[in-house]
Design a protein around this ligand. Structure first.
Ligand code: MLT
Ligand code: MN
Ligand code: ZN
Length: 295
């Protein structure tokens, strides 16, 4: 199985278009410790020919340009992108579907509530339903998608930001994915408000864990004067601190662990920073755009 990180940053990317926080300022300056990152998406392939996107980022066109395996390989209309699995309807996970609108056969698989959120928005009608098959991905029911076995499972999360006015934000059920091929297992969780015992049990023994690295500290945005919400209120458990990802995953056996969906304010984006070193000391690394892992 090949796992390719197309985009490793959270919504907004790094640097974010309107931000000069301490980390973005380094990124804008071209500091080599902070390579630019596009918004969160991962591509997975069982055979190296058909690829499944895990979420469709607003930067998808740029990601296709920068990742040769995703470029058309046959004459006429062709794409190695066979399917997109969408874990939630956040802008940074669905906007890229609009990039895939030029009449291409495709499967979009998502939990029923996410399909309903996509369906409720007429702009996604640009995806021709005669060519694009929308398939429900029900938690606990494995599905074969382009040669991969994909199983969704529930995680603690939050409704999309654009729906917060109409729903109880934290009552929502989020979605993690287990992707399996030839006995190898990848766990993918980009939005997680809490690492529960059930989640730990489910992920234990995976060859790779791609996990929500949005914030270093729960109050990171508040302290930086950039927002009023804590990480947990945004549906993202912080990396550091009590109950944070480093602590919660410490004793769970996993082959390799990477943080992705990293917000532009997060000091782990700076290579060599104390926070990056702490993450590395704990056996983690921070995903980077273009990184490929073969399992
Ligand atoms: C998130 O990860 O919390 C969302 O992408 C926020 C947003 O939609 O801007
Ligand atoms: Mn996001
Ligand atoms: Zn910033």
């Amino acid at each position: 199985m090949r796992v390719r990180i197309l985009g490793s940053a959270a919504g907004g990317g790094s640097p974010q278009w309107n931000c000069r926080c301490a980390v973005c300022a380094l990124a804008w300056a071209g500091d080599s410790r902070v390579p630019w990152r596009t918004q969160c998406s991962t591509a997975v392939s069982a055979d190296g020919e058909r690829w499944v996107l895990l979420n469709a980022s607003p930067d998808l066109r740029q990601q296709i340009l920068e990742n040769p395996p995703l470029r058309p390989a046959r004459d006429g209309r062709h794409s190695p992108i066979a399917a997109v699995v969408v874990t939630n309807a956040d802008v940074d996970h669905v906007a890229g579907l609009l990039t895939l609108r030029e009449g291409q056969k495709l499967t979009v698989a998502a939990p029923p509530q996410v399909l309903a959120q996509i369906d409720a928005n007429p702009i996604f009608g640009v995806l021709n339903r005669e060519l694009v098959a929308f398939r429900p991905l029900r938690p606990g029911e494995p599905q074969e998608i382009a040669g991969l076995e994909v199983t969704a499972f529930p995680v603690a999360a939050k409704v999309p930001l654009w729906m917060e006015g109409t729903a109880d934000a934290l009552a929502a059920e989020g979605t993690g994915l287990m992707i399996e091929s030839a006995g190898r297992r990848v766990a993918h969780v980009t939005a997680c408000a809490e690492v529960t015992d059930e989640l730990r049990r489910r992920v234990a023994g995976s060859d790779l864990l791609l996990f929500d690295g949005t914030l270093w500290r729960d109050d990171e945005l508040v302290r930086a004067g950039l927002g009023a919400k804590t990480g947990r209120r945004m549906g993202h458990v912080p990396i550091a601190g009590a109950g944070g990802a480093l602590e919660a995953w410490r004793d769970v056996p996993v082959g390799r662990r990477l943080f992705l969906h990293v917000n532009n304010t997060n000091p782990v984006l700076v290579a060599g920073s104390p926070e990056r070193l702490a993450v590395q000391d704990a056996g983690w690394d921070v995903a980077a755009d273009g990184m490929e892992i073969t399992l």
